[in-house]
Write a protein that binds this ligand. Sequence first.
Ligand code: ATP
Length: 258
Amino acid sequence: MSEQLLLRVRDLAYDYGSFFGCQNVSFDLYPGEVLGVVGESGAGKTTLLRCLSTELEPTAGEIAYRAGNGPLRDVFSLSEPERRMLLRTEWGLVHQNPRDGLRLNVSAGGNVGERLMAVGDRHYGHIRDQAAHWLSQVEIDLSRMDDMPTTFSGGMQQRVQIARNLVTNPRLLLMDEPTGGLDVSVQARLLDLLRRLVSELNLAAVIVTHDLGVVRLLAHHLMVMQGGKVVEHGLTDQVLDDPQHPYTQRLVSSILRV
Ligand SMILES: Nc1ncnc2c1ncn2[C@@H]1O[C@H](COP(=O)(O)OP(=O)(O)OP(=O)(O)O)[C@@H](O)[C@H]1O
């Protein structure tokens, strides 16, 4: 594989005062690769994602990202405007609750087009065409383009949130339980959609979830966290088919029993 490393995380830790959120997290991510992060409640998954999105500054360790074709750079050495620009262009952030990632008083098309306007696109026709293109990519009927997200189902809102993230052609998606809270058939459709888009767009992604079915379907690599620490990390099929750590073994067998 000749592609260059996109994201490098080394010995990352974050402490909430005397509590630690996550510790000693290290991984590499290449374009087109999906890393799944699983673990019980309180394992440190959200803390890790909040550090990766630069919302929290790690207490220790490094997060280095390659913007454009430039060198890998520590994201916390970037200026605030540089980081903001990454968050608007090369990085996408998909929240579990789409309401956290959408503007509810703006139409579906407006939600998608707005992200282009935020990076300087001022051509109304182009913005509307792009919004329509990405809404159709996530299977939103264009007759709903001018409707408010509040009139959409949870699954539709989640798809609009994904379209809003994709419109700037991001290279890295950070997703927090993107299918959480949706019913099983809606989840399955959304997972198929995500799998197709990740592969077609050669996206790198980190996906945090409780659901081993989600990682089995989407993630090439899997990191299992417990109590803020990574207890197992490897190829998804390998970890799920031959778990080494007792916690992963319990996690996998609890799914197989149901
Ligand atoms: N704002 C906070 N202040 C203090 N401690 C926190 C805070 N947020 C999280 N923690 C602690 O950090 C640890 C990791 O929490 P985190 O939310 O990252 O876990 P999680 O794996 O995402 O859990 P869940 O699946 O329930 O969302 C837990 O011990 C939690 O109590």
